[in-house]
Design a binder for this molecule. Structure first.
Ligand code: PLP
Length: 171
């Protein structure tokens, strides 16, 4: 699974995700940048899209309160408490506290907690689909055979024609 999970509008991925998809990885990602291009090629049913859209992020940012999600979603609270409690760093107490503070900061720029539940749900779909081997392989194959358009040959030719205005010597 290729995780391209930056908040929408934060350049979730450039081209690295295309290389993974071409090689049969399934993508979990936000609706942004090249994740959108991949979704258009492979179809919404062959990619795991989650979270807010670019427009929703922009509209929500000025009123976003992490505490609403912390108080309103027991899963969010449990994960953040684990982070705060040194559960993952018994030998280095406190090293994750800055992460906790960042996530809980007022108007936290990336709206991380807002996408958390949707991310977990997408991961649950991944878990279910992965257990269905024929479904998983069919999704993977569709990613391989529908991403040829991202080949560097096609891209360079398009640059040569449309941007650089040059011709191949072999043409
Ligand atoms: C594709 C590629 C990148 C770009 O990766 P992104 O995930 O799009 O940022 C960077 N470095 C190398 C070597 C690559 O092949």
């Amino acid at each position: 699974v290729s995780e391209q999970i930056s908040t929408a509008g934060m350049e979730a991925s450039g081209t690295g995700n295309m290389k993974f998809a071409m090689n049969g990885a399934l993508t979990i990602g936000t609706l942004d940048g090249a994740n959108i291009e991949i979704a258009e090629q492979v179809g919404k049913e062959n990619i795991y899209i989650f979270g807010l859209t670019v427009d929703e992020v922009a509209a929500f940012r000025s009123t976003y309160e992490p505490k609403t999600f912390y108080d309103g979603d027991p899963g969010v609270k449990r994960v953040l408490k684990a982070l705060f409690s040194n559960r993952f760093c018994p030998d280095e107490p406190g090293i994750f506290k800055p992460v906790f503070s960042q996530l809980m900061g007022i108007r936290e720029h990336y709206l991380h907690l807002a996408d958390f539940r949707s991310y977990v749900q997408a991961q649950e779909r991944i878990g279910t689909d992965f257990k269905d081997r024929s479904k998983w392989l069919s999704m993977s194959l569709r990613n391989i055979c529908r991403t040829g358009i991202f080949s560097s040959d096609r891209t360079i030719k398009e640059y040569a024609d449309e941007i650089w205005g040059i011709q191949s010597q072999r043409e």
